[in-house]
Design a binder for this molecule. Structure first.
Ligand SMILES: *[C@@H]1O[C@H](CO)[C@@H](O)[C@H](O)[C@H]1NC(C)=O
Length: 220
C-alpha cells in the first residue's frame, strides 16, 4: 500500500485532487490506497479511501477525554492520588496517576520542590528513611522507580512482580514491602542494596491495592 500526501485544491465548483510530488517512479494513487489519520482529541485512527474521499472506519484506542488539564497539549499533573510524608515531616510526595508525574512539596511553605516523570501509572509512593529518596510503585509496569525527591529525576529502578501498587518501609527503614494489582505476591526488598530478598506468595487475590504495616513492623 502506498501512502502519499495529498494537496486538495479548491476549484470554483469542484474539489480536484492533485498528487504531491513523490519519489520518481512511484505508482499513481489507486483505489487500494488509504489515508490513516491520528486523531488526538477522540483517541481514534480514521481510515479513509482517498479515491472516493470516503471514511471507511475508525480504530478506537481510548476514550475521548477533553478537559483543560487532559487535552491534546496537556502539560500539567492529572489525577492527584497517593500522598506520603518524609519521616522528618519536611516534605510530602504527591503522585499524579494519569500524567505519570511525581511532585514533591515542601511543607514549610507548600512550594513544589521537584517534579519527576515516572514509568506508567504511578500509584503510591513513600520516602525512604533518608527523607529525600522516594520509591514509586508504577502499576502499569513491573518496576519501582526510585527518584531523587529534592533534585528530581529517576535515579534507579527495581524489578517486581507485575503491577506494583504500593511501597511501605519497615519502621527501621531497612526493608521495603511491595504489593501488586496483577500478582498475588508481596515483594520484599533490602533498601540499602535495592535488591529483592524474598517474595511472599499465595495471597488470596492477585489484586491488592492498598496495605498498611503495624507500628512494630511485625505485621502487614
Ligand atoms: C529523617 O528524619 C528522621 C525524623 O526526623 C530523622 O530521625 C532522621 O535522622 C532523618 N534522616 C536523615 C538522613 O536525615
Amino acid at each position: 500500500m502506498l501512502f502519499i500526501l495529498l494537496f486538495l485544491l479548491v476549484a470554483s465548483t469542484a474539489l480536484a485532487k492533485v498528487q504531491a510530488p513523490a519519489l520518481p517512479g512511484a505508482q499513481p494513487i489507486s483505489s487500494k490506497d488509504r489515508i490513516y489519520t491520528g486523531d488526538q482529541s477522540s483517541n481514534t485512527i480514521t481510515v479513509i479511501n482517498l479515491a472516493t474521499n470516503e471514511v471507511l472506519g475508525t480504530i478506537s484506542l481510548g476514550d475521548s477525554r477533553l478537559t483543560n488539564l487532559l487535552n491534546p497539549q496537556y502539560l500539567r499533573s492529572v489525577n492527584s492520588h497517593g500522598l506520603g510524608f518524609s519521616r522528618d515531616g519536611r516534605f510530602v510526595v504527591s503522585i499524579s496517576v494519569a500524567s505519570n508525574s511525581v511532585n514533591v512539596i515542601r511543607t514549610l511553605d507548600n512550594s513544589i520542590v521537584s517534579q519527576t516523570y515516572t514509568d506508567r501509572a504511578p500509584h503510591e509512593a513513600f520516602f525512604t528513611a533518608d527523607n529525600r529518596t522516594v520509591w514509586v510503585a508504577c502499576r502499569g509496569t513491573s518496576f519501582i522507580d526510585i527518584i531523587d525527591g529534592l533534585a528530581g529525576g529517576v535515579v534507579g529502578r527495581i524489578k517486581t512482580a507485575p503491577g506494583p501498587s504500593k511501597v511501605l518501609f519497615s519502621p527501621d527503614g531497612q526493608t521495603a514491602y511491595v504489593n501488586h494489582i496483577l500478582s498475588p505476591t508481596i515483594t520484599i526488598i533490602d533498601v540499602s542494596t535495592r535488591t529483592v530478598v524474598a517474595t511472599m506468595s499465595d495471597l488470596a487475590d492477585k489484586f491488592s491495592s492498598d496495605m498498611m504495616i503495624s507500628a512494630d513492623g511485625t505485621r502487614l
